[in-house]
Design a protein around this ligand. Sequence first.
Ligand SMILES: [Cu+2]
Length: 127
Amino acid sequence: MKQLITIAFVLVSIVSFGQKKAETTFVVQGLCGMCEERIESAFDVPGVINADWNVETKELQVAYKTKKLDENKLHALAAAAGHDTDQVKATDEVYAGLHGCCKYREGASCGDHDDHDHDDDDRAPQP
Ligand SMILES: [Cu+2]
């Protein structure tokens, strides 16, 4: 019985020791599937466990290791890719490099029409 308690205690310690992860959700401006890909690949860095941006709500959900990253850095990652967050704005230079239909500041719209020609979801080679 005593042994069992010891084992349980050790397990709890291991679990809480491993909990150097955190999850956060914040708003990242963007418009379409291209934005989603751009935003999520911006979070393809060491320390990020998972990043998921929702085109409808503009909310980015990030699971990250607190040892490597903090919330400020996460906001900076989105801004570096050209997407404003509620805390950090992208520089005009980076923003200018976005695809025309991704210019969220001007209220551009990508998804509203069916014939948009940047359907790179499957990364098919362009002729
Ligand atoms: Cu876009």
